[in-house]
Design a protein around this ligand. Structure first.
Ligand SMILES: [Fe+2]
Ligand SMILES: [Fe+2]
Length: 324
């Protein structure tokens, strides 16, 4: 593979990410980006050690690159250890939150590349199960999540954040059953899958979309639901979250223009997680708002648009979390 990797697609992974598979036999090849191009760093079968991490960071090398075709091997390596890592109390909660988010983002990245992974229920259940266990047994995750910086493509990270907000929010309003919470996790993770069918030109466009582009963009809830119905024998609530997360209480949303209680509960709840995630993330057309600014914006500007009882609860959740 020594030279033919140059024609293949490479993905950047922060050096920090390799901590999760540290001291184990590397399941994939890694590359460094240098002035004269990509160089093989550690090969599959080598071991990534603490010393590797230190010397890379000392040299200012923040990223190692992996082959896109080997992303799955990287994810397997991380996911295999996830339960153990997330319950390791020697690792600070903020670091474990970051590990959980990175593992989830990496899986969403893989799913966007090949929806076939959705058929691997065991793998997805392992991830969302770990997420629910972690979020129900640790405090302070919400604020940790918001302090994380990330360099992943927006839609992947956003999907994971909506998933985490959904679980925290569902837990806050009294849903304690882990199977139920798992559904809220998947609802968030998969709500924007349909964006994989919308061109990146539209998704990443700076400035407003024209009519035609907007029409395509507005199809993503239906696309998401179609993918989920077809590939994954999912719970109806997961399909509903995908289909209805852009509906508005006053009937001005899409794709159906449903109003009030006609919008399924999980759609109304996911819509709040979705908007909050968008507002608190830096995007090509707007800078990230703080928690306070985002919640304030939602209160001021979303009257009649989102479920007001749920929004009130969502705000209370942050207030109660800050007191912990
Ligand atoms: Fe969406
Ligand atoms: Fe979204």
């Amino acid at each position: 593979m020594d030279n033919d990797f140059e024609n293949k697609e490479l993905i950047a992974k922060h050096v920090f990410f390799f901590e999760q598979i540290e001291n184990e036999i590397l399941p994939l090849n890694t590359f460094l980006f240098e002035v004269d191009g990509f160089k093989v760093y550690l090969k599959k079968g080598d071991t990534f050690t603490k010393e590797n991490e230190k010397s890379l960071l000392d040299k200012g090398q923040k990223y190692l690159f992996i082959l896109k075709e080997e992303l799955r091997d990287y994810n397997f390596g991380v996911e295999k250890k996830l339960t153990k890592t997330l319950s390791d109390e020697k690792i600070p909660v903020n670091e474990r939150t970051e590990i959980l988010r990175n593992a989830s983002v990496s899986m969403v990245e893989e799913i966007f590349d090949s929806m076939d992974i959705l058929k691997d229920k065991e793998r997805i259940d392992n991830l969302t199960g770990n997420m629910v266990d972690f979020l129900t047994s640790n405090n302070g995750v919400l604020f940790n999540l918001l302090s994380l910086s990330s360099h992943d493509f927006y839609t992947y990270r956003h999907s994971v954040d909506v998933s985490i907000y959904n679980v925290m929010f569902a837990k806050y309003i009294g849903i304690t059953n882990k199977k139920q919470l798992n559904i809220y996790a998947k609802a968030g993770l998969f709500h924007d899958l349909g964006k994989s069918k919308v061109s990146n030109k539209i998704i990443n466009k700076k400035g407003p979309l024209d009519d035609e582009e907007w029409k395509i963009m507005k199809s993503h809830p239906k696309y998401s639901a179609d993918i989920l119905k077809e590939i994954y024998g999912v719970h109806q609530n997961i399909v509903d979250a995908a289909l209805y997360h852009h509906e508005k209480i006053d009937g001005t949303g899409y794709p159906f223009g449903l109003s009030g209680d006609k919008i399924p509960f999980i759609g109304r709840l996911t819509s709040i997680s979705d908007i909050f995630s968008a507002l608190t993330t830096h995007r090509s057309y707007s800078k990230a708002r703080t928690i306070y600014e985002a919640l304030n914006f939602m209160t001021e500007n979303l009257k009649g648009k989102v479920d007001k009882h749920l929004l009130k609860k969502f705000i209370q959740m942050f207030q109660s979390e800050s007191k912990k």
